[in-house]
Design a protein around this ligand. Structure first.
Ligand SMILES: Nc1nc2c(c(=O)[nH]1)N[C@H]1C(S)=C(S)[C@@H](COP(=O)(O)O)O[C@H]1N2
Ligand SMILES: [Mo]
Length: 552
């Protein structure tokens, strides 16, 4: 055993490096905790994990995003954040090991993460201030400090290389020697085990405290928004929707509920943190080309206007054939066309100069819709209510847009705060920049809800049922095919409106064996749902939904 190894201040590499790794992890925890604390004060979305995650979301190629939505569904955001944390942890371990040998390099490495985090936070479209860089910047300074202090004493320090000979020969515990003796030198050079444990525990405790405080502050910010939501009283609509016909909802077990409860309504957006907007501070600005009377409205202004209630089925362009990203709700809101007309907007068909309406959300999303569609008489809404309550935060509180017949990414801006009239030639919104189509009416689609894929029904009459949608055109026919047999007409449930989906059922005389059930719908323009399969990119999946079952 070399002399160096006997000294606590001069641990051999195999003991030093694991402690370095632990120090690295603790430094990362400290950095993140402090960053969250600062983010709570600055802006929750400016925290490094969310900022880097959001920057990653923005830069994710459409195909990967498609894959993520397909495989992780609404959990895609959780998966992304866990991925970022795992990556950070791995890098922190490596940096810690590096720092065990090269203290300065380690601490400097930590600072580099701050640059990445600060850049991600300030380059977000919803970032309006340099202060968004603060969480990452202050966080890494804390992290670098922790790493510097913890690894600084893992040795080999200068003193450790020149130990006092008598300390060695007598084997005296460092603490037993006087403060001016050799042990003082040794202690300066390295932590003893207890010292390290104490320092590491202190760092961990301080990080936990900072992180917890950050959480508390962030949630208290959300409390204003929650309070503003809980005091909203939705006025009765001046124009109520006709009640859903009783026979619109089939009583077939397994078929989707005709109205999708809010808690079950699919959610697709890029927000890693759900924006919590205080309705009392909310404003919507309408401006741009051909807007002769620009307008800024408050939430109360909207509630005082004539409200309409409408049943509208919303679909995501990322929905695969047979997929779950479609839902039907009762919405209450203001007719967007009226508001636009008050601002002096005219549709292109009447000579208006703007053909694209770009909605912007508080989180920097941009969504472009054709002005012509919004003003052609359909019930395009600035919605404030969903199924009898104020919009849930996840679905856009306080106000979102909806245009029947268009996929969500070209019509349904949540947390909306700005409407700009412009042209398709002069501006590409968020998804269009990412290779999705500029215009995207919903494609006629149908889905088999029951039986489920690979179900094993018993021979006899099996109820096949599901939903079909072609918003703003309406569904006129649904047919089912068993294996390669003829198309047979399904029974259509009553239609609510042409903007909602329609249920269908088909009593199938099922005989033993494996079978493939396929469905197709015909919309009111007479067009049969195509069998040509396309991917979701660029303007929505097409093709027909099939389910394979085994009849016992
Ligand atoms: N601010 C914002 N609005 C948004 C989105 C978004 O990412 N951010 N996603 C759009 C998409 S792609 C769809 S399909 C609908 C989904 O609305 P939902 O989550 O309420 O079902 O919201 C739209 N509005
Ligand atoms: Mo979507």
């Amino acid at each position: 055993m070399s002399e160096e190894e006997k000294l606590p201040g001069a641990r051999p590499a195999w003991r030093r490096r694991p402690l370095g790794a632990v120090s690295g992890l603790l430094a990362a925890c400290a950095a993140l905790a402090v960053a969250e604390l600062v983010a709570a004060a600055v802006r929750p979305q400016a925290g490094p994990v969310v900022a880097v995650g959001s920057a990653a979301v923005d830069r994710t190629p459409a195909a990967v995003k498609d894959y993520a939505i397909r495989h992780f569904g609404t959990d895609d955001k959780l998966v992304l954040q866990l991925g970022i944390l795992a990556t950070l942890a791995a890098l922190a371990l490596l940096l810690g090991v590096l720092a065990a040998d090269r203290r300065r390099a380690g601490a400097t490495g930590v600072l580099l993460f701050g640059v990445v985090g600060a850049w991600a936070a300030t380059s977000r479209p919803d970032s309006t201030s340099w202060t968004d860089a603060l969480p990452s910047a202050v966080g890494v300074i804390a992290g670098a400090g922790v790493l510097y202090v913890l690894t600084g004493r893992l040795g080999p320090g200068k003193a450790a290389h020149t130990p006092a000979p008598d300390t060695q020969s007598r084997g005296v515990a460092p603490a037993a020697t006087g403060p001016d003796g050799p042990a003082a030198v040794t202690r300066e050079a390295g932590w003893d085990r207890r010292g390290f444990v104490v320092a590491a525990t202190a760092a961990a405790a301080a990080s936990t405290a900072a992180g917890t405080l950050g959480r508390v502050l962030t949630s208290s910010r959300g409390r204003d928004a929650a309070a503003s939501r809980s005091t909203v009283v939705l006025p009765a609509p001046a124009s109520a929707a006709a009640p859903v016909p009783k026979r619109a909802q089939l009583r077939v077990p397994g078929v989707s509920s005709f109205v999708t409860p809010n808690k079950d309504f699919y959610r697709v957006d890029t927000a890693l943190v759900v924006p919590k907007v205080d309705a009392t501070a909310w404003r919507l600005r309408i401006h741009g080309k051909g807007v002769t009377r620009p307008m800024t409205v408050t939430f109360d202004d909207l509630l005082r206007r004539e409200l309409i209630e409408r049943h509208i089925t919303l679909t995501c362009v990322s929905n695969e054939v047979g997929g779950p990203y479609v839902g039907n709700a009762h919405w209450i809101g203001v007719r967007l066309a009226d508001l636009l007309a008050e601002c002096g907007v005219e549709p292109p068909s009447e000579g208006g100069p703007a053909d694209q309406l770009v909605a912007r959300s508080v989180d920097g999303m941009t969504i472009g819709s054709p002005v012509e569609d919004v003003m052609d008489g359909r019930d395009a809404l600035l919605a404030v209510g969903m199924n009898g309550e104020p919009l849930p935060f996840e679905h856009g509180f306080p106000v979102r847009m909806l245009v029947p017949g268009l996929y969500g990414y070209v019509s349904a801006c949540k947390w909306i705060e700005d409407i700009e009239l412009t042209t398709f030639d002069s501006y590409d919104p968020y998804w269009v920049k990412r290779k999705w189509a500029r215009k995207a009416p919903v494609k006629t689609q149908s889905r088999i809800d029951t039986p489920k894929p690979f179900a094993r029904p018993t021979a006899g009459t099996v109820m096949v049922a599901g939903v079909a949608w072609a918003q703003h055109r309406g569904i006129d026919k649904v047919e089912v095919r068993v294996d390669d047999g003829p198309w047979q007409q399904a029974d259509l449930a009553a239609e609510d409106t042409r903007d909602t989906w329609r249920q269908w059922s088909f009593p199938w005389k099922a005989i033993r064996g494996g079978h493939t059930l396929t469905v197709r719908a015909t919309d009111r323009t007479g067009r049969i749902q195509t069998e040509r399969r396309t991917r979701t990119v660029p303007d929505g999946a097409s093709g027909r939904h099939s389910v394979v079952v085994t009849v016992d």
